[in-house]
Ligand binder design. Structure first.
Ligand SMILES: Nc1ncnc2c1ncn2[C@@H]1O[C@H](COP(=O)(O)OP(=O)(O)OP(=O)(O)O)[C@@H](O)[C@H]1O
Ligand SMILES: [Mg+2]
Length: 324
């Protein structure tokens, strides 16, 4: 691979033109449309018959365990490898024959980051900025401050997390219409991770699109609108994060003074009594906790505990039967 996070964008001398081209007319086409895409490697791994559309202003989390086919899919989006069958379209353009035009409008962070080791981060960004016509140095410094990146040391001496920041800033600093990020928060500490997520949300709010891969649902759920689950090369589920959350079953334990008024809880929709305890109940609550909290407001609550299962538990247990 070429030693750059974003060599694919190097052909874009004028990002303002690219941005103009990204408005209105061309926004009628989905930024990502995969149809029946298959790429099977010699060893049998790969991606099979994958179809997926991602819309404008959306953060899409591409979730799957190691070896599931995330990177393979992303490389097909970028035309770094070619599918054996099916079609890949970006902004309505053919990902292969119109690669130059498509790449002008996207920022890419590869999973295996290759950087110019002898350059500092500042020099790396200046190099990108020359190729792409921006952004200015103040913008770069602002990014570095936000992500806590030292700009003037050679990239080769940076820690893994700091190298990742170089890759991320390189991908994001031109505010491309589409960001394709392969495990973007690997190696980042939680604070930086949160900053990156906030920036990705901002991009989406501004109408741009983000496609990011991860193997941790709780992490992508913080930032994604929808999540697609890939296993063994097959896309087995696509869901809104809000729907996954709504399916979460909370384990609630409540005790009230003299056990009075508990009957009001038992008849609520989505509430199942699991066990009666002294002056209280153990309940399972599907969906929103609001009805039960409203009912408790009128009671003399002595003790209340709520256990929320991880989104991982909710999502993966639901699909276990299908996927295995
Ligand atoms: N160049 C290759 N040659 C042969 N097999 C490959 C090649 N690249 C990937 N594979 C296989 O294809 C499957 C999918 O790999 P891929 O790298 O897309 O997974 P991934 O979801 O990105 O995993 P990870 O979370 O570990 O990054 C795996 O079984 C992998 O071994
Ligand atoms: Mg990968």
């Amino acid at each position: 691979m070429r030693p750059s996070t974003l060599a694919t964008r190097a052909e874009a001398p004028d990002p303002s033109r690219a941005r103009r081209a990204g408005t209105d007319a061309t926004r009628s086409e989905a930024p990502i449309a995969l149809t029946g895409v298959t790429k099977v490697y010699r060893g049998g791994g790969g991606v099979r018959d994958l179809s997926l559309e991602v819309g404008w202003g959306e953060v899409f989390g591409f979730l799957g365990p190691n070896g599931a086919g995330k990177t393979t899919t992303i490389r097909m989006l970028l035309d770094l490898i070619r599918p054996q069958s099916g079609s890949v379209r970006l902004f309505g353009l053919d990902a292969r024959t119109d690669a130059v035009a498509a790449h002008r409008r996207l920022g890419y962070l590869p999973g295996e980051l290759a950087l110019y080791e002898r350059l500092s981060a500042r020099e790396t960004f200046a190099h990108f900025a020359r190729l792409r016509g921006g952004p200015d140095e103040a913008t770069v410094e602002n990014w570095a401050r936000e992500l806590d990146l030292e700009l003037d040391r050679p990239v080769r001496v940076l820690s893994r997390g700091n190298r990742q920041k170089v890759g991320l800033i390189g991908a994001m600093m031109n505010e491309p219409d589409l960001l394709v990020l392969d495990e973007p928060t690997v190696g980042l500490d939680p604070l930086v991770q949160r900053t990156v997520h906030r920036r990705l949300r901002e991009a989406a709010t501004a109408g741009r699109t983000v496609f990011l891969s991860s193997h941790v649902l709780s992490e992508v759920a913080e930032v994604a609108d929808r999540v697609g689950l890939i296993r063994d090369g097959r896309l087995i589920a696509i869901e809104r994060v809000s729907e996954i959350r709504a399916r979460a079953v909370h384990a609630v334990e409540v005790r009230v003074g003299a056990g009075a008024g508990l009957a009001a809880l038992e008849g609520l929709g989505g509430v199942t009594v699991r066990e009666r305890i002294e002056d209280g109940l153990r309940l399972e609550v599907v969906g929103s906790l609001n009805p039960i909290l409203a009912a408790l407001a009128g009671l003399d609550v002595l003790d209340l505990s709520v256990h929320e299962p991880s989104l991982e538990e909710v999502f993966l247990s639901y699909y276990d039967g299908i996927a295995r």
